[in-house]
Design a protein around this ligand. Structure first.
Ligand SMILES: [Zn+2]
Length: 422
């Protein structure tokens, strides 16, 4: 076995060991909290002891799902590195021949589709096991299958649109292809974000304009006060699939729409919904959305550079079992992308505390903005408390686990920040 294969296997094992350690720490903490009396910081987050115990049970069940999922995906990654990915590429080549641009794009897509299919049992187990047991799941097997098929169709279409030009650049400009591929990626990224609410979201969710009345008036008034351009306020039928609640923006500029989950509208008062909207406007006012996209495209540049370097070393793909002609000048795209994904995923995992740290900072900023816009933190605190309780979120996560997995600060942290900046 070559050194590069051993290095990738080690990276996968170290990542899995890290993740299993975090999940075990989290599970131990949840079990301790579950046994003892409700801690003072958690008391304010739940209506009663039963709600707290339910949240702890839910958190423990999700963590156990996470452990199983990690074992499963870790094993899959190892199988793919030890020849699974190469075998898939071989099957594609024997079916369609090799060398063509779209054939190479297809080979890469088939790799990711196969991984997705093999990971489906984990998602099924979470939706129809834990989520159902705790009363959050509202979807049914029929709707779930339709959602998966639609997701697959959209995913394959988008992947073809992005990957075919990348495969073409690799074939025509083997030395500098990665720079052009990166430019294509940046354009695609911004285009996809713009199309999200207009084209993609309605494929999966039913969006209806918020009905006229004091709520809509209040929200539009608030948007005007914040000088926030929005073309519409839409309600999404999230309750068809899950009882969890959320709100977000989609689209850019004049196409921007405010999307509220129907579950959110049902749970919160008008004042609380305004506070949630003010928080979302805060993200926009502070430039978080654009900053996030710019940072992610900049971070992607060295990764594309790495792809360029690997593409010039076909011997690396051969080490992973790919059947590549000895005189080949570059690794074919259908082999390159799976290799990159397998090698980078366990390395990028260690950057998640950084990404979560930035996101948490943004959440505090948006909270502070919302408190300023709505004349104090009270409505936002009430809204967050209701959502926390309704979602059975864990208010006291293990700090190491939160570092790697929580993009949002915990409710006690957000409350503390909101009330000290008052
Ligand atoms: Zn936020």
């Amino acid at each position: 076995m070559s050194a590069v294969v051993i290095a990738v296997l080690l990276a996968i094992l170290i990542k899995s060991a890290g993740e299993i350690t975090l999940l075990s720490l989290s599970l131990a903490r949840v079990r301790t909290l579950r046994r003892g009396p409700i801690p003072p910081q958690a008391r304010e987050c739940f209506a009663d002891e039963d709600a707290f115990r339910k949240a702890m049970d839910y958190s423990a069940a999700k963590t156990r799902d996470g452990l199983l999922g990690e074992l499963w995906t870790g094993a899959l990654a190892i199988i793919m590195v030890l020849g699974g990915a190469a075998a898939l590429h071989g099957v594609m080549a024997s079916m369609f021949g090799s060398g063509g641009v779209w054939k190479e794009a297809l080979a890469a897509i088939v790799f990711f589709m196969t991984l997705g299919l093999l990971e489906a049992p984990i998602s099924l187990m979470s939706t129809f096991g834990t989520e159902t047991r705790f009363g959050f799941n509202r979807t049914n097997p029929g709707l779930w299958v339709i959602d998966q098929l639609k997701g697959l169709a959209v995913g394959v279409t988008l992947a073809f649109a992005l990957l075919t030009p990348c495969a073409w650049f690799l074939q025509k400009l083997p030395g500098t292809w990665w720079m052009f591929a990166w430019i294509a990626f940046v354009l695609f990224r911004f285009l996809a974000a713009g199309l999200l609410s207009v084209v993609l979201l309605p494929l999966f969710q039913k969006l209806t304009p918020l009905e006229d009345g004091p709520l809509k008036q209040g929200l539009l008034e608030l948007a005007r006060k914040a000088d926030f351009p929005a073309s519409a306020i839409l309600v999404m039928d999230g309750s068809r699939r899950s009882a969890h609640a959320n709100a977000f923006f989609a689209g850019f500029g004049r196409m921007r729409r405010i999307v509220l989950f129907d579950t959110l509208v049902a749970q919160l008062s008008r004042e609380e919904l305004e506070a949630v909207l003010a928080h979302e406007i805060g993200h926009w006012k502070r430039g978080h959305i654009l900053k996030g996209m710019v940072v992610s495209t900049l971070v992607a540049l060295p990764l594309f550079g790495l792809a360029g370097w690997i593409s010039a070393r076909p011997d690396l793909a051969v080490a992973f079992g790919y059947g590549i002609a000895p005189d080949a000048t570059h690794t074919p795209f259908g082999a390159l992308l799976p290799l990159l994904a397998l090698a980078l995923a366990p390395v990028l995992y260690w950057l998640s505390p950084l990404a979560n740290g930035i996101s948490r900072k943004h959440e505090f900023e948006a909270d502070a903005y919302a408190a300023g816009l709505t004349g104090g933190p009270d409505a936002l605190v009430r809204a967050l408390t209701k959502l926390y309780s309704a979602n059975s979120s864990n208010p006291l996560p293990h700090p190491a686990y939160a570092l790697f997995h929580h993009s949002h600060p915990s409710l006690p942290e957000r409350k503390a920040a909101l009330t000290t900046t008052r």
